[in-house]
Design a protein around this ligand. Structure first.
Ligand code: C2E
Ligand code: CA
Ligand code: CA
Length: 401
C-alpha cells in the first residue's frame, strides 16, 4: 500500500474515470448485540500493478483543487449501484455512509443530484447516510447548515464526522440538526483509562443522547475501549477491533454470515453512572411532567421539562417571582391566592429554616385545551454542596389525567 507518494490531480482524475477507484466498506457494529448496523464507504485506488493507494495520498490534492467532489460523486454512484444490486437480490436494509467534502456547499444542484441518483436506483433514502466533517460545519456555518437542512428534508440521514477533533465547537451541534454523531478516534486513548478522558467522553455521549442523536465511536481498537464505550451508552462501534475496511465481496460475505443477534448483554450490569441517571430522569418525567429548579436566594428558576403538562406556556428560565405570578394567572381564580401565598419566597425561606423538607399544594390549573385539572406542586428543598443558596426542586403532576 502507498500512502506518501504524490500524484497530480490529473493523474487521480484519470484514474477515477478509468474506474481504478474501489469502494471499501468498513462495517459498523451495534455496541450491545455485535450485529452489523451499517458501513462506511471509503475510497481506495487500486493501481493497474495491484498496489493500493490510501486516501491520505489522493484526498489532500483533490481537496486543494476542489476536484474532491468528483471522487465523492463517483463513490456515491458506486454505492448506489451496489445497493441496487443487493436490493434486487434480496431485502437489503443495511445503511451505507458516504463521505461528502465541504466543497459541495458550492454546488447548486447538490440535493437534486443526490435525490436523482438514489431515485434512479430505487434506493430508500434512509439507507444513504451523508457524512460531513465537523470542520466543514465550523468553517462555513451558514451555508453548510442550510445544505444539511435540505439534505435531511429529503430524507437522507446526516452524520457529523470526526466530532471532537480539531476545531471542536459544541454550539454548532445545537444549531445543526443531525441524526448521527461520530466521535473521533483521537479522543480514545489505548485503554480509556485516564479519568479526565473518561469524563469528557461520558459527557459527550450524554449530550448526544439528550439531543436524540445516534452515537458512533470511530477507531475502536481494543477490548478496553469497547468496554468503556458500552458503559457510556455508545450505540455503534466502528474500528479495527471488529473489522477493517474491505472490498465489496468480503463485506457481502460478512453480512451473510452475520450471526443471529447475540443475546444482548444485561444493560444494567454494564451501565455507567451517567446512563443510570438517564433512566432515573426518564422515570421522574413519567411521574412529574413538569420539573423546575429554583434558587430562592437569587429569585431565579430553570425549567427542566414540561412535556405533556397541561399548560405549556411557561418560560424556560427567568425570575422566580414572575414564574409564580405566571403560574397563578393560569389557575382557577379561587386557587390563586393560596398558590401565591404558599410559594412566596419569604414564606418558603421560613419553612426551610424550620427544617421542613417539602411544601405541597394542589390547585386547579387551566390547560391549553381550556379545561381545569387538579395539579399538585411539591417543592423539595435541596442542597448544592458548593453554595449556601436555598434551592428548591418543584415536581408538578396532573392529578386528573
Ligand atoms: P474518515 O471519514 O474519518 O474515515 C475513517 C478512517 O479511519 C478510515 O481511514 C478508516 O480506515 C480509519 N479507521 C477505521 N477504524 C480504525 C481503527 O480502528 N484504527 C485506525 N487507526 N484507523 C481506523 P481511511 O480509509 O484511510 O480514510 C481516511 C480519510 O479519507 C477518511 O476519514 C475520510 O475523511 C477521507 N475519505 C475516504 N474516502 C473518501 C471519499 O470518498 N470522499 C471524501 N470526501 N473523503 C474520503
Ligand atoms: Ca467519514
Ligand atoms: Ca471520521
Amino acid at each position: 500500500m502507498t500512502e506518501k507518494a504524490t500524484f497530480s490531480v490529473q493523474e487521480i482524475l484519470d484514474a477515477i474515470r478509468n474506474k481504478e477507484f474501489r469502494v471499501y466498506y468498513q462495517p459498523q457494529y451495534d455496541a450491545l448485540t455485535n450485529q452489523i448496523r451499517g458501513a462506511e464507504a471509503l475510497a481506495r485506488w487500486i493501481r493497474p500493478d495491484g498496489t493500493i493507494v490510501m486516501p491520505g495520498a489522493f484526498i489532500p490534492p483533490l481537496e486543494k483543487s476542489d476536484q474532491i467532489v468528483e471522487l465523492d460523486w463517483y463513490m456515491y454512484r458506486e454505492v448506489c449501484a451496489f445497493l441496487k444490486r443487493e436490493r434486487e437480490r434480496g431485502d437489503w436494509e443495511i445503511p451505507i455512509s458516504i463521505n461528502f467534502s465541504r466543497r459541495h456547499v458550492f454546488e447548486e444542484n447538490f440535493v437534486t443530484t443526490l435525490c436523482a441518483i438514489a431515485d434512479a436506483c430505487k434506493i430508500p433514502r434512509r439507507l444513504l447516510v451523508v457524512e460531513i466533517t465537523e470542520s466543514a460545519l465550523v468553517e462555513c456555518e451558514e451555508s453548510v447548515l442550510r445544505l444539511v437542512e435540505s439534505v435531511r428534508a429529503e430524507g437522507f440521514p446526516i452524520a457529523i464526522d470526526d466530532f471532537g477533533c480539531g476545531l471542536s465547537s459544541l454550539s454548532f451541534v445545537k444549531d445543526v440538526s443531525s441524526d448521527i454523531l461520530k466521535i473521533d478516534k483521537s479522543l480514545l486513548s489505548h485503554n480509556c483509562e485516564d479519568e479526565k478522558e473518561r469524563i469528557v467522553l461520558e459527557s459527550m455521549f450524554t449530550f448526544a443522547h439528550r439531543l436524540k442523536m445516534l452515537t458512533v465511536a470511530e477507531g475502536v481498537e481494543t477490548r478496553e475501549q469497547l468496554g468503556f464505550l458500552r458503559t457510556c451508552g455508545c450505540n455503534v462501534i466502528q474500528g479495527y477491533l471488529f473489522a477493517k475496511p474491505m472490498p465489496e465481496e468480503d463485506f457481502l460475505t460478512l453480512c451473510k454470515e452475520m450471526p443471529i443477534a447475540e443475546k444482548a448483554e444485561d444493560i444494567l450490569t454494564i451501565q455507567s453512572a451517567a446512563s443510570a441517571m438517564r433512566l432515573l430522569t426518564d422515570a421522574i418525567f413519567l411521574c412529574y411532567p413538569l420539573v423546575i429548579f429554583s434558587n430562592l436566594s437569587r429569585n431565579s428558576f430553570y425549567m427542566m421539562a414540561y412535556e405533556n403538562f397541561s399548560a405549556r406556556s411557561c418560560p424556560s428560565t427567568g425570575v422566580y417571582e414572575e414564574l409564580i405570578a405566571h403560574g397563578a394567572a393560569t389557575m382557577h381564580p379561587e386557587d390563586r391566592e393560596l398558590f401565591r401565598e404558599t410559594f412566596r419566597i419569604d414564606k418558603q425561606m421560613e419553612a426551610y429554616r424550620r427544617g421542613e423538607k417539602v411544601i405541597r399544594v394542589v390547585t386547579r390549573q387551566l390547560g391549553d385545551d381550556g379545561v381545569y385539572r387538579r395539579a399538585e406542586t411539591s417543592n423539595y428543598f435541596v442542597k448544592n454542596p458548593s453554595s449556601d443558596d436555598v434551592l428548591v426542586i418543584s415536581l408538578c403532576k396532573n392529578l386528573d389525567d
